[in-house]
Design a protein around this ligand. Structure first.
Ligand code: C5P
Length: 315
């Protein structure tokens, strides 16, 4: 569907609607450390951008209009349309940074599962930053965009850069991770979402008072990415949030079992879930796996796609 306000002739002179495409992510390693004084967890978070995308359009709005947002696509009825929407906060943050009014109409065409553990909200924030920067002609340097991303959320910097990266700190301190070739993934989409803070809290409860080791990236996993070896990567996939997500949503165990029975090299919960991610040997195996998962009745839908995907890009 056309985003509101993108029909020809509605834009003031010099301002035309801008659309940004931004990818989902899967965490191939999510090592969760202890709780920090600020309530966040120290992470060693290996992000991989995957080929499921949201599109964020920024269209001109008149002086004093402020920032409004509309949303379409699966689950969009669960997306907040006020300042609870990270894309709105992104537009307001960028406007404040440049001392200008946040007048813009944002439209989000969602394909990334809502509250699915694939950084959909973070993607929309990164997309809104880039789209507003282009619409307003503010030409924000890349390193400043990345700082603004980090203020919006732990996963937002990665949504901007895409590819593959190691996130330290609360996940926002990125270093690029080399990847060879293409990895084939299938995502089993669930009905409804899971709340990320709830999953972290459940993880803490399950750990109790036991000491938590420093989260460290897994050298064998990084080698598998560097060498483009799906079997080696499958053997090292790890998500410390998975037990908590399974406890909150026990039916995900059936989804994981169905994917493994259907020939996945490995499966895991994506981030805080409830989306489940499966690695396949090649494109044909991924297509067959997606069909089996859909037939299994253990998910709402299954999507085959590839990684790594590019970060946020102007269309
Ligand atoms: O950074 P973001 O706002 O996306 O994080 C959402 C929630 O996830 C946080 O409020 C926190 O509960 C949890 N979180 C965490 N440790 C991190 C990242 C997120 O506890 N490193």
């Amino acid at each position: 569907a056309r985003a509101p306000g993108t029909s020809p002739g509605t834009a003031p002179e010099g301002e035309r609607a801008v659309t940004v495409r931004v990818p989902a992510k899967v965490n191939v390693q999510l090592a969760v450390g202890g709780v920090r004084p600020d309530g966040f967890h120290d992470l060693a978070n290996v992000f991989l951008a995957v080929g499921l995308y949201d599109h964020v359009t920024a269209a001109p709005a008149g002086p004093g209009a402020g920032c409004a947002v509309t949303c379409e696509g699966p689950g969009s009825d669960r997306v907040p349309l006020d300042r609870g929407n990270l894309a709105v906060r992104a537009a307001e943050l960028l406007a404040a940074h440049h001392g200008r009014a946040p007048d813009v109409r944002l439209h989000i065409a969602k394909d990334i599962p809502v509250a699915g553990g694939m950084a959909g909200g973070s993607a929309d924030a990164a997309g809104a930053l880039l789209a507003c920067d282009a619409l307003w002609g503010t030409a924000t340097p890349r390193h400043v965009l990345l700082e603004l991303c980090a203020r919006l959320g732990s996963d937002v910097p990665f949504s901007l850069v895409g590819g593959a990266a190691l996130g330290r700190g609360r996940g926002e301190l990125l270093t690029e991770v080399p990847v060879s070739g293409t990895f084939h993934w299938v995502f089993a989409l669930a009905d409804g979402g899971l709340s990320t803070p709830e999953v972290y809290r459940a993880c803490d409860r399950r750990r109790g008072a036991a000491p938590v080791p420093e989260p460290e990236p897994d050298p064998a996993l990084l080698a598998a990415l560097r060498e483009g070896d799906p079997r080696a990567l499958a053997a090292r996939l790890a998500n410390d949030l998975q037990p908590a997500a399974l406890a909150l949503r026990p039916s995900l165990a059936d989804t994981l079992a169905a994917g493994r029975a259907a020939g996945a090299l490995a499966g895991l919960v994506s981030g805080s879930g409830p989306t489940c991610a499966f690695l396949a040997a090649d494109a044909d195996a991924a297509a067959a796996l997606a069909a089996s998962l859909e037939a299994s009745g253990t998910c709402r839908a299954a999507r085959a796609t590839t990684a790594p995907a590019s970060g946020a890009v102007l269309r």
